[in-house]
Design a protein around this ligand. Sequence first.
Ligand code: SAH
Ligand code: SF4
Length: 369
Amino acid sequence: MTTNSRFTQATATRPLLDLTFGELEREVVASGIPAVHARTLWRAMHVGLSEDLSHHPEFPAPLRRWITEQVGEGRRFQLELPKVAAGIFSRDGLTRKFLLRLSDGQVVETVLMGYAGRRTACLSTQVGCAMGCVFCATGQMGFVRHLTAGEIVAQVRQARLGVGLGIAERAGTPAVPGGELRNLVLMGMGEPLHNYEAVMTALEIISDRGGLNIGPSRITISTVGVVPGILRLAEEQRPYHLAVSLHGATDAERAALVPIGRRWPLAELIGACRTYGSRTGRRIFFEWTLIAGTNDSVAQAARLAALIAGMDAHVNLIPLNPTEGFRGSCARPEAAKAFQEVLKASGIPSTVRQHRGIDVAAGCGQLRA
Ligand code: SAH
Ligand code: SF4
């Protein structure tokens, strides 16, 4: 195919990482190139972590021609990669935080955590967040913009480079101990269900079997409780795990920490969770950040147990991480234990999350560009 240069100039350049495999394949086929070459390109981008698609002498000639015509400055597509502004290890060496500078200069954070035998990456979905949770550094900075699908995908790429799974010359990147990248959690900056379309496109790209192949059962979306988003996930039968941040079991207590709780009261939120549970047959994870003297009493644990009674649920208790804009302090370990005991007595399993990466401000809710 010959490039129509007027068309090329008139159309905005699209980041290649925004495309699903189906879209890329349609593009390639529309240019008269065999569909099989789309897979070659896809694998080079996502699995081989190629940064410069024009330097692949092993590519078949038609694909090389397509790249010359279509990819690059001023052409239809561009392989735009965020720059690593900083990569910081926590003191224990188990957590690594990357600050990624996006094409418009905004910065987001991706956190890579090493556990025994596996690694988990925590991805951001927005620059800032509009939900305003009082104890969260991202909430404290306010909303700046949504991330594009490609900007979310690029974080997985960065995490893989961090694990040293990239092409050989990249293996020199210090790796986080603990095995290969296995799980993804959408628990970085931003509210994933406030950026629904881009997040779903990104997850489709990330879980593609012929590409990054991180299975849906290894991906968890964490939401502050955007009710329409939860119902949509159920309606569309999205195959990912769902975590819902509660922090309070009465509307007044919850809204004091999570202002968006006024828009979607607990009755509505829990109703949506029950619908999600029954439609998908999947267990829901509830998150509860434990704040001393605020939401760590046994009475509050009992109210939480009553609220989610009868659901297939697991509660993740997160010790509060310090942030500049919030004076509360982390619940004492005894309080966390007593809280857990109450849940256990009601048959609700729970886990107290380990403090991770606090010294590099990479813990939950400490992410602030
Ligand atoms: N916006 C989504 C996902 C990002 S926040 C959500 O709110 O669920 C990921 C988790 O970190 C949430 O459960 C959130 O409540 C928790 N969190 C936020 N700030 C925190 C802090 N300072 N200490 C501990 N957990 C925090
Ligand atoms: Fe946004 Fe989640 Fe932080 Fe709340 S806790 S402000 S929803 S990122």
